[in-house]
Design a protein around this ligand. Structure first.
Ligand code: GLA
Length: 726
């Protein structure tokens, strides 16, 4: 519910309020100015006619500080504040702005060339006009009936008499009166994605940014800000270069800005045109746990394609780690048959089925079946379907190899500055998607491919960061990144609409593009190329802080595992969109029987594992040698916890757990999933209150496992099933 009066804009979600005050003066350091003050953001408050007691923006003459400037939700470059501004609009060489608040109204909707949250509630639009350039800025806030998350974005409308250039544009600004703030970020690298970092900022600016052309594993756009005892979760519905900035000024002022990165941005907006920022989402809660739960629900209800949001995600087998490029259609069929015998539901054919791609040095761009190798993709797909399995295919459309038919025909379609040898990584160049001709070619080519092969699933990869930024289709390369994402949006929109039954999984050298921009079109994201179960504990914990379990691809593999048992590999991978990734035709009888039981267990509890309310247990196991995670059904009648013992051989460590999310008054029967490497299973009954508030001690369960190759080198785990019996 949004209420607008002469002085206030009150934006109420289910349980929270964002309160803005409209402030107008003829004497802002001698000049006229008006803006929206951020008066309050927190638990829902009653409606009142007067909130003037909260903040009195006193205007007094201070020569060079920003102590008198009240918290705001938008700020101009050159408006006397010392802090980072929300945007910069340049005209005729002038880069200073003073955006004055003009009006606020409830609007029917808005248009954007980028994805924005689905199933919107009310939207309010605040309009400002720049005193210098006469540019109009529209700032939107949207509420959702079933969520406390708010969405916001802005559009710069050229209402001037000539061209303007946008040099910097955020999506969201929040200011607080506080002398410090803590920011939680999820950072890393290929194979070590989304490791949590907590940074306390007492002075100056902290920036978390990607300039790689993708959201990147380096810094994820999901961050949490802790300020004045509140936790604020922030994310972007955007898959490109992004920037999250937290600034603490000496005058007890904290500002957070999120949005696209200004790296390489110098966007020309012609008279009458508009330039729209990505949509940011944000949420205030009193705990990190509440942020995680609400962000998961928001993603499922407002980001992910509703046709897939709560649909069972199939158990798959992927041939990549099993065969790499060395396979034939017959080999893939053999893998599928063995997998099908174990209850696995989908066969995914990874890299190497097209052009003359038998290694990673060539053929990206040649999206045509290598019939000699595959025996015909449609034939393979039909045979796999005849087994009763689904069939999935890998593609990497945003890339081109110099050694490819496509490059020989269209060298100008690669991202490269004319007459300069571009930087090649993994023998590949990025394709110039800022060029609409390239976008149209790929859109048509891929729709035809997916339909011809009759695929049920697509793994859409993107294996390198961008360099040599240049498009032959652009006069001004300062528009490159933005136009790339706009064309990407159009392409993904058309492809996903043309193939409505295909489940898409985004991948980028593992999990280097794990974001809501991708999730909007692709309900799943491959978590990481690192499928080692021990490393995955931390990667997955960081990922699940902001994204739901069903969105995270997680597989049991054989190549990437230190010394963890196949049972622990299952326990860890089971918290995601689950699958296997090795050559199952080489598995022993005993392994096949273990896999069969795992698949059956996963399928039986799939709804709970994929869509239950997620909690992490304790601190990360890295810090305390024990940890794990838990999923609880909405009605709390059942739950699954995975507990982890990382104590290695330390006799003195006490392994005790506090469970989460259970019904305090209910009696639960707790049983461990039967593991092939454990003789004695866990079984007991207990009330929810003691399970949640007590310290349940499981002893040194690592020592009871029989197949840990090196007792000192790995970890042990158990999966516990909680069933409410009374
Ligand atoms: C990336 C992906 C892998 C695999 C390879 C194929 O690295 O993350 O899962 O698909 O590409 O080249």
């Amino acid at each position: 519910m949004i209420k607008i009066t002469n002085d206030y804009i009150k934006i109420d979600s289910k349980n929270n309020t964002l309160l803005l005050g409209i402030f107008k003066t003829d004497n802002y350091y001698g000049a006229a100015h008006s803006w929206a003050t951020l008066l309050y953001y927190g638990k829902k408050i009653n409606d009142s006619k007067d909130y003037s007691f909260i903040i009195k923006p006193e205007i007094y003459m201070a020569s060079n500080d920003d102590s008198a400037i009240a918290p705001r939700v938008m700020s101009s470059t050159g408006d006397c504040a010392n802090r980072e501004s929300f945007l910069t609009v340049c005209k005729d060489g002038v880069f200073t702005n003073r955006f004055n608040f003009v009006s606020a109204k409830i609007v029917d909707g808005f248009t954007s060339p980028l994805p924005t949250a689905r199933n919107k509630g009310e939207t309010v639009c605040l309009t400002y006009v720049d005193a210098y350039t006469n540019t109009t800025l529209n700032q939107y806030y949207t509420v959702f009936d079933d969520s406390d998350v708010l969405a916001t974005h802005v559009e710069v409308v050229n209402t001037t008499d000539g061209d303007i250039y946008v040099d910097k544009l955020s999506s969201l600004q929040l200011d607080f009166v506080a002398d410090e703030a803590e920011v939680v970020t999820y950072d890393g690298a290929w194979s070590a994605e989304r490791n949590r970092h907590d940074t306390l900022i007492k002075s100056g600016k902290y920036v978390s940014e990607s300039i790689l052309g993708i959201s990147s594993a380096t810094h994820n756009p999901f961050v949490m800000l802790k300020v004045n005892g509140k936790v604020i979760g922030l994310n972007l519905i955007w898959s490109g270069n992004h920037k999250e900035l937290v600034e603490v000024s000496p005058y007890k002022k904290v500002r957070v800005l999120t949005g696209m990165s200004d790296y390489g941005l110098y966007y020309k907006v012609s008279k009458g045109d508009k330039f729209v920022s990505p949509e940011a989402i944000f949420l205030v809660e009193s705990s990190e746990e509440a942020i995680t739960l609400e962000m998961h629900k928001f993603s499922l209800n407002h980001i992910v394609n509703p046709d897939f949001a709560y649909k069972d995600r199939p158990v798959l087998i992927n041939n990549w780690e099993g065969t790499y490029f060395d396979f034939t259609g017959d080999k893939i069929y053999d893998i599928a048959k063995k997998a099908h015998d174990c209850g696995i539901e989908m066969m995914v054919l990874d890299d190497g089925w097209f052009g003359d791609r038998n290694d990673d040095r060539r053929a990206l761009g040649d999206w045509d079946d290598n019939v000699t190798k595959t025996g015909g993709l449609r034939n393979l797909s039909d045979k796999i379907h005849a087994l009763g399995m689904k069939f999935g295919l890998w593609v990497e459309p945003e890339m081109i190899c110099a050694d490819s038919e496509l490059f020989r025909k269209h060298p100008e379609w690669a991202q490269a500055v004319p007459n300069v040898e571009p930087i090649s990584r993994r023998w590949q160049l990025c394709i110039d998607l800022a060029n609409p001709e390239v976008k149209d070619f790929l859109t048509d080519k891929l729709i035809k491919l997916f339909k011809d092969v009759n695929v049920d699933y697509v793994k859409w990869d993107h294996n390198r960061s961008m360099s040599d930024i240049y498009s032959h289709a652009l006069k001004n390369q300062g528009e490159y990144f933005y136009n790339y994402y706009v064309n990407q949006t159009d392409m993904l929109d058309k492809i996903t609409k043309a193939c409505p039954n295909v489940l898409f999984e985004s991948c980028s050298s593992g999990g280097c593009r794990f974001d809501l921009g991708m999730q909007y079109f692709m309900p799943q994201n491959w978590g990481s190329d690192n499928t080692d179960a021990y490393h995955r504990i931390f990667i997955q914990e960081g990922t699940l802080a902001g994204y739901p379990q069903s969105s995270m691809g997680a597989h049991v593999s054989s190549y990437w595992h230190s010394n963890s048992s196949i049972e622990s590999r299952f326990n860890i991978a089971s918290i995601g969109a689950f699958g296997y990734e090795f050559d199952i035709t080489k598995s022993t009888k005993k392994e096949l029987s273990v896999i069969k039981k795992q698949v059956a267990y996963y399928k039986k509890h799939r709804k709970l594992l994929q869509y239950g309310n997620y909690y992490r247990l304790g601190e990360t196991s890295l810090k305390t040698n024990q940890g794990g995670f838990m999923v609880v059904s909405e009605d709390k009648s059942e739950a699954i916890a995975v507990i982890i013992d990382d104590t290695q051989n330390n006799e003195f460590n006490k392994l005790s757990y506090r469970f989460k999310g259970l019904d305090a008054d209910a009696l639960y029967k707790v049983t461990s999933r039967p593991q092939s490497n454990v003789k004695k299973q866990i079984e007991f009954t207990a009330y929810g209150d003691i399970l949640v508030n007590g310290e349940v001690n499981f002893g040194k369960f690592a020592q009871l496992e029989t197949d840990r190759a090196d007792f000192r080198g790995s970890f042990a785990s158990r999966m516990l099933y909680f069933k409410k019996i009374n």
